[in-house]
Ligand binder design. Structure first.
Ligand code: CS2
Ligand code: MN
Length: 356
C-alpha cells in the first residue's frame, strides 16, 4: 500500500509540502488544482508546476483528488458534451505528467455534507459532525432558513453567496430520479473510459457522504449494490472506486470489510480513504481520531482485510480533528492527519508481517 497525504496546493493549503515530507513512510501527495472550476480543462502549465513542486519536495504525485464534474453532466443536459470533452483533455494532460488515479464524485450540488465543522470532543479537540435533524425539510425550506440565519459558520455548501445558485440548482434537479442520475453517470463513463484505457488512468468514484439521500436529491453511490452497479456500467479496470471507509461506514448497514473483500478482489479499488467516526442514532455521526478505540470502526479489521485482499493501491488518512490549537481547513489540518498516517502505517506493517 502506498501511503499518501492530501494537499490542496501552495496557495490554498496552510500545510507545507516540507512538513508532509517529514512524515515517515508518506511518499505520495494527493494533489489538486484547487482553483479550477468544475467543467474546466485543466491548464497543462499548472499541472506541470504542481508536479514539479511535489517532486522538488522529494515526493511523488500520482493521485489527483478531485477533478470535479460539472452539474450539466450530472443533469444530462445537452451542454454536457462540451464539459466531457474538457474532462477528456484534463485526463490526457494528467496522464502526461504521470498521474495514475483520479478521485471524483457524482453527488448533485453538494460534496460532503456536515452540519457542524467544529463539533467538540471530550478531549477538547474539534471534528466534523452530522446531525440529521438539521437537514430536514424541503430544499426551499432549507434555503429560506439559511437566508434568515446569519451564521458565522453556515453549513458547507450553504454559504450566503451561494444561496441563489442553490435555488436554481435545486429547481434543475426537480424530477431527476436515481435512475436518471445513474444513466448520466453511465453516459459520462462510457465517454471517458476509452481515453483512460489509452492513457493508463484509473477513475475512482468517491461514495456519497453521508450515504443517504439529502434534501430530496438523488444519491447513487451509497452502498454495495450501488458500487456493483457502477463498476458494471462500463466494465473496465479503469472504472474503479475510491473506497472511503468513513463515508461508507457512516451507514451501519454497510459491511465495509465485506465491501473491501469484494471490490478489491475484483481489482476495482485503486484508492482508499481511511478514517474513523462514532455513529449515533438515525444516521447521525461525528468524526474521531483514526484509532479503533476512538470510534465505531475497527481500523485493524479494515487494514487487515485490505492486506488479505492484496490491496496495493494508494491509501490516505482522511479527515482529522483539529488538535493542539491548530486552525485552518476543518478536517484537513496537519497534526491529526499526521498521527493518522503513522497509526495506519503501523497497522499496515503489522498486518503485512503477520501475513508473511
Ligand atoms: C473528501 C471528498 O473531504 C472529503 O470528504 O473525501 O471531498 C472527496 O475529495 C470528494 O468527494 C471527491 O470528489
Ligand atoms: Mn473520503
Amino acid at each position: 500500500m502506498k501511503m499518501s497525504f492530501r494537499w490542496f496546493g501552495e496557495d490554498a493549503d496552510p500545510v507545507k509540502l516540507q512538513q508532509i515530507r517529514q512524515l515517515p513512510g508518506v511518499n505520495q501527495i494527493v494533489g489538486t488544482l484547487f482553483d479550477q472550476p468544475a467543467g474546466a480543462a485543466w491548464p497543462e502549465a499548472e499541472i506541470a508546476a504542481l508536479k514539479q513542486q511535489v517532486e522538488a519536495a522529494g515526493m511523488k504525485l500520482e493521485v489527483i483528488e478531485s477533478v470535479n464534474i460539472h452539474e450539466d453532466i450530472k443533469l444530462g443536459r445537452p451542454s454536457r458534451d462540451q464539459y466531457i470533452a474538457n474532462y477528456i483533455t484534463t485526463i490526457k494532460r494528467l496522464a502526461k505528467y504521470g498521474i495514475k488515479v483520479i478521485c471524483y464524485n457524482f453527488m448533485p450540488i453538494f460534496d460532503w455534507t456536515r452540519t457542524d465543522l467544529f463539533y467538540r470532543l471530550p478531549d477538547g479537540s474539534t471534528d466534523l459532525a452530522f446531525d440529521h435533524t438539521q437537514v430536514q425539510g424541503s430544499a426551499q425550506a432549507m434555503i429560506a432558513k439559511a437566508k434568515a440565519a446569519h451564521d458565522e459558520y453556515p453549513m458547507p455548501g450553504w454559504e450566503p453567496e451561494r444561496l441563489d445558485d442553490l435555488a436554481t440548482l435545486f429547481t434543475a434537479y426537480e424530477g431527476v430520479t436515481e435512475a436518471d442520475l445513474a444513466e448520466n453517470l453511465r453516459y459520462f463513463l462510457a465517454a471517458i473510459i476509452p481515453t483512460c484505457e489509452a492513457e493508463g488512468i484509473k477513475m475512482a468514484i468517491h461514495p456519497d457522504d453521508p450515504p443517504q439521500p439529502l434534501f430530496g436529491l438523488p444519491r447513487i453511490v451509497k452502498n454495495r449494490n450501488d458500487l456493483d452497479r457502477i463498476i458494471h456500467m462500463v466494465d473496465s479496470p479503469m472504472n474503479g472506486l475510491t473506497l472511503c471507509v468513513g463515508s461508507l461506514g457512516e451507514d451501519p448497514a454497510n459491511d465495509v470489510p465485506a465491501i473491501i473483500r469484494e471490490f478489491v478482489g475484483l481489482d476495482r479499488v485503486p484508492f482508499v480513504h481511511a478514517r474513523n467516526l462514532k455513529r449515533g442514532a438515525n444516521g447521525d455521526f461525528h468524526e474521531t481520531a483514526h484509532a479503533s478505540s476512538a470510534g465505531s470502526i475497527d481500523m485493524y479489521e479494515i487494514i487487515n482485510t485490505l492486506t488479505e485482499s492484496g490491496f496495493d493501491g494508494y491509501i490516505r488518512p482522511d479527515h482529522g480533528r483539529m488538535i493542539w490549537g491548530e486552525t485552518g481547513r476543518a478536517g484537513y489540518g496537519l497534526y491529526d492527519r499526521a498521527l493518522g498516517s503513522q497509526y495506519l502505517n503501523g497497522l499496515i506493517e503489522a498486518c503485512a508481517k503477520a501475513a508473511e
